[in-house]
Design a protein around this ligand. Structure first.
Ligand SMILES: Cc1cc2nc3c(=O)[nH]c(=O)nc-3n(C[C@H](O)[C@H](O)[C@H](O)COP(=O)(O)O)c2cc1C
Length: 339
C-alpha cells in the first residue's frame, strides 16, 4: 500500500438492458384495454420468498422481455430459464401478425388441449428447488404470448403452492387477460397481489421499474438486496456483500465503478483515488475476498491471506474460489456494480 500509483476510475454502464425498437401495436382483433386492469389480488397478501430460491422464466420475441428479465436479475438473486419455441426463426409479426394471431386463436378455441399449444424446446428445471417463479412474457393479441403459454401449460402444475410473480410487456394493451391466462395455467399458484406491466416504450427504464415492483412486494428483501454487489474480474463474476456502515453506503453510492487495480505482494490488488469515510482498525487476519479501504482513499481487494495493517472494511466476497485466477498476476480491471 505504500506505493502511490496512478489508477483509472471509470464509470461503467450499469447494465446493457437496452430495449429493441418498439414493435408497432398490431391491429386489435379483440377488445383491448388501454388502461392497466386493476390486479385481481384474490384477497391475498404478498408472500415472502424467505430463504427459498427464485426462478425467472422468460420468453421474448423482439427482446423486450429479455431486457426486462436481465434488469430484474441485476436486482435479485435468482436463476433464469428462457422459453424457446421448438420451431426457430418464425416471424410472428409478419403479414399483420398472422402466425402470432393463429397461435393465440388456437389456444383460445381449445385451451385445455395440449395440441393447441405450440411446441417448445425441452428445459431442465427442478421445480421443487424453487419457492418463487417470476414469469416475464410479452402480450400477444391481449393474451400471454403463445410459447410462454405452452411452458405454463406443460409445467403449471409443478408450480402449485408456489409464489408466482408476473411481468408483462405490451405496446399499449392492458394486461388483465394475460393475468387470467397465468391463473388458468397455474391454477394452484399463489399469485402476488400486483403484476408489473411494462410498455415497450418503458423498457429502457426496466431496471428501476422491476426493482421498485420487487421491493414493494418483498419489502424484507429490500435492505438485504441493497447491500449486495457483483464484482467482475477476468470475465468472472463474484457475489459480494457490502458492510452496512458509513463506508459501505458511500462505496455503494459510487457504483457502478470500474477500477484499474495494481498488483501488490502476491495477495492483493489496490487502487488509489476512491475517497471514502474511514474508520480504521488493525486487521491481523485478512483472507481472500476481503474488500478493504486503506488510508481513506485506496480500495484493496485481497485474493490471499494478509494482516498487520489498518483498514476499514468495505465488504467481502461471499465465495472467493477462483478469485486469484480471475485477477491474474499483474494489474487487473475490476468492475463493481449493484445487483
Ligand atoms: C404476435 C404479436 C401480437 C401482439 N399483440 C399486441 C397487442 O394486442 N397489443 C399490444 O399492445 N401489443 C401487442 N404486441 C406487441 C408486444 O406485446 C410488445 O412489443 C412487447 O413489448 C414485445 O415483447 P418482446 O420484445 O419480449 O417480444 C404484439 C406482438 C406480437 C409479436
Amino acid at each position: 500500500m505504500k506505493l502511490f500509483r496512478l489508477c483509472l476510475i471509470g464509470l461503467a454502464a450499469l447494465c446493457s438492458c437496452s430495449a429493441d425498437q418498439n414493435p408497432e401495436k398490431p391491429e386489435e382483433k379483440t377488445p383491448v384495454q388501454t388502461e392497466p386492469a386493476k390486479p385481481d389480488d384474490g384477497g391475498q397478501t404478498n408472500p415472502e420468498p424467505a430463504s427459498s430460491k427464485t426462478l425467472v422464466i422468460w420468453y421474448s420475441f423482439t427482446g423486450n422481455s429479455k431486457a426486462i428479465a436481465s434488469a430484474l436479475l441485476t436486482h435479485i438473486e435468482a436463476d433464469a430459464v428462457e422459453v424457446k419455441p421448438a420451431e426457430e426463426g418464425l416471424d410472428y409479426a409478419a403479414n399483420n401478425y398472422a402466425i402470432g394471431s393463429s397461435l393465440i386463436s388456437a389456444i383460445r378455441s381449445n385451451p385445455s388441449s395440449a395440441a393447441s399449444y405450440p411446441a417448445i424446446k425441452d428445459v431442465d428445471v427442478d421445480f421443487d428447488a424453487y419457492g418463487t417463479f417470476i414469469v416475464v412474457a410479452p402480450l400477444w393479441w391481449s393474451q400471454m404470448a403463445a410459447p410462454m403459454q405452452s411452458f405454463l401449460f406443460k409445467f403449471g402444475e409443478k408450480m402449485a403452492g408456489k409464489t408466482i410473480g408476473l411481468i408483462v410487456t405490451s405496446a399499449s394493451s392492458g394486461i388483465s387477460s394475460v393475468e387470467e391466462d397465468a391463473k388458468r395455467l397455474i391454477p394452484q399458484g399463489k399469485f402476488l397481489s400486483e403484476s408489473l406491466w411494462i410498455r415497450s416504450a418503458q423498457v429502457g427504464n426496466a431496471t428501476k421499474l422491476t426493482a421498485d415492483w420487487y421491493d414493494k412486494l418483498f419489502p424484507s428483501q429490500k435492505e438485504q438486496n441493497s447491500m449486495k454487489i457483483t464484482i467482475t474480474a477476468g470475465g468472472n463474476a463474484f457475489a459480494a456483500e457490502i458492510e452496512d456502515s458509513e463506508t459501505g453506503h458511500a462505496f455503494l453510492a459510487k457504483l457502478p465503478l470500474t477500477l484499474e487495480m495494481s498488483e501488490l505482494n502476491g495477495n492483493e490488488k489496490y487502487c488509489y483515488g476512491v475517497s471514502l469515510p474511514k474508520n480504521d482498525k488493525r486487521y491481523d487476519s485478512i483472507v481472500a475476498g476481503d474488500l478493504m479501504l486503506y488510508s481513506g482513499d485506496c480500495v484493496v481487494l485481497f485474493y490471499g491471506n494478509a494482516g498487520g495493517y489498518s483498514y476499514t472494511r468495505i465488504g467481502r466476497i461471499t465465495d472467493a474460489t477462483g478469485l486469484a485466477t480471475a485477477l491474474g498476476k499483474g494489474s487487473a480491471s475490476v468492475k463493481f456494480e449493484k445487483r
